[in-house]
Ligand binder design. Structure first.
Ligand code: NI
Length: 129
């Protein structure tokens, strides 16, 4: 039998706006939930990221606030709040945001934000918030 407090914790909704209010830095994805081997991450970005690709997985971008552009070597896609895009595995991409964008990423555990590129934009993996 569950107490009131434990059942509240067990059935607590994950509020994305609340999670996003807990940090202000850019380009550091934070895990908010996991489903099987996939993690849901919130992140704030602004400016230009680095060109990279993910050899082993697709990567889903869901824009929560702002306007995101994802550049590809042969084009680009513009995403507004409420829109999503799946970048296919192996495809080079570079997120760009003129103004701050709040978004959710869905990808398997263990995926680094810079793919195989490395560099100082590489964020620590598996950071929960
Ligand atoms: Ni990526």
């Amino acid at each position: 039998m569950h107490t009131e407090s434990s059942s509240q914790a067990r059935y607590k909704a994950i509020n994305l706006a609340e999670k996003l209010s807990l940090f202000s830095e850019h380009w550091t994805p934070k895990v908010v939930a996991q489903m099987n081997d996939y993690q849901f991450k919130v992140v704030k970005i602004q400016g230009d990221f680095v060109w990279h690709s993910h050899a082993d997985t697709d990567e889903t971008f869901i824009v929560l606030e702002g306007q995101l552009r994802i550049d590809f070597r042969d084009g680009a896609v513009l995403l507004s709040a409420g829109e999503l895009y799946v970048v296919r595995k192996g495809v080079e991409h570079k997120p760009y945001a003129e103004h701050e964008v709040k978004l959710m990423l869905i990808e398997p555990t263990g995926v680094l934000n810079t793919g195989a590129e490395g560099g100082d934009r590489t964020a620590q993996n598996d950071v929960w918030i």
